[in-house]
Design a protein around this ligand. Sequence first.
Ligand code: IMP
Ligand code: MG
Length: 174
Amino acid sequence: MAEKIKVLLSEEEVDAKIKEIGEQISKDYAGKQVHLVCVLKGGSFFMCELAKRISVPVSLDFMSVSSYGSETKSSGVVRIVKDLDEPLKGKNVIVIEDIVDSGRTLSYLLEMLKDRGPESLRLCTLLDKPDRRVVDVNVDYTGFQIPDEFVVGYGLDYDQRYRNLPYIGIVEFE
Ligand code: IMP
Ligand code: MG
């Protein structure tokens, strides 16, 4: 199936917003160290850009969970594909996500990470589709609230493609 990509958020808009969130996090965690937990693969572009904008000491870890097949609807099944390398005990953890959609992935993940005894646990997402929420999740830092459209770029994929776009685009199926 052929598809077209329409720009929703330009590279400049996204970069400016990430800078803003980075400054906010630096203020909120003044005098502390933050431990960023990237949810792969989608959160990786956002995390790298965000980490560069945080002025307090930062450490990083990665995990991969799967709640999606190759299509555009959530299956509701969450599976840990790759777990974190390091324990979270005593750390100020911020989970970095690309998008909160139904909320299923994040609510599962946050419950699981909470059990590992972090000093604090927050959630930061580049995008939020509030209209699609099925499970309640508390988001601490949001880049943009967007309408119920399937988007790609800045880490987000359609069938593993388009993650490398430097902007956020809506996929238009023809
Ligand atoms: P949730 O469990 O429904 O909140 O699913 C969140 C995950 O679904 C995200 O981390 C993405 O990997 C994927 N996802 C949700 N909406 C989109 C979208 O518009 N484009 C690309 N991936 C999406
Ligand atoms: Mg994701």
